[in-house]
Design a protein around this ligand. Sequence first.
Ligand code: SAM
Length: 194
Amino acid sequence: MKERTLERRRRLEEVLRRRQPDLTVLMENVHKPHNLSAILRTCDAVGILQAHAVNPTGGVPTFNETSGGSHKWVYLEVHPTTEAAFRHLRERGFSVYATALKEGARDYREVDYTRPTAIVLGAEKWGVSEEALALADGLIHIPMLGMVQSLNVSVAAAVILFEAQRQRLQAGLYDRPRLDPELYQKILEDWLRK
Ligand code: SAM
């Protein structure tokens, strides 16, 4: 194998060994390509293997240069409805926390992100749907102390996901491969073809 090919394989393996199959986001009607792209870029940076979406961009996800190419490395599963997305995540053991700018939502730093966790992010205009808020295991918010009520959705995603990364680094969850060997091999082969 040529040195450059070997080097690329080593790099892919290094990244894959840090992927966290039990941390994810569910983007509910996040339709602007630059927000979707920026969130996927953050997902890549914290080691998310697969993100989820309900109805992004009206059905077909589109990305732009904001993704920095991260949409190649973070799988995106699109669900037809919020209910279907929750069912999918629950069946795989995730606790699902919805972001909510509401009284009663907990400070996002109080959650234990070392457990299987999915974060629901909402539409730019309307936020997370009432349906998702009702289905969620808990509501979380990032305290806002200024004049403006909310953050841009991709910024909120980054704040929460980097707290998850901090907790997982501390717990040693990036120190050993988290994927089972069969899945690891399958994904490596897929990545090598890209
Ligand atoms: N008017 C909307 C509302 O009341 O939810 C604002 C939506 S905000 C621009 C878009 C998304 O960003 C929210 O649904 C949430 O996912 C995330 N977000 C923004 N600010 C947040 C905060 N302070 N805490 C948690 N999530 C936040």
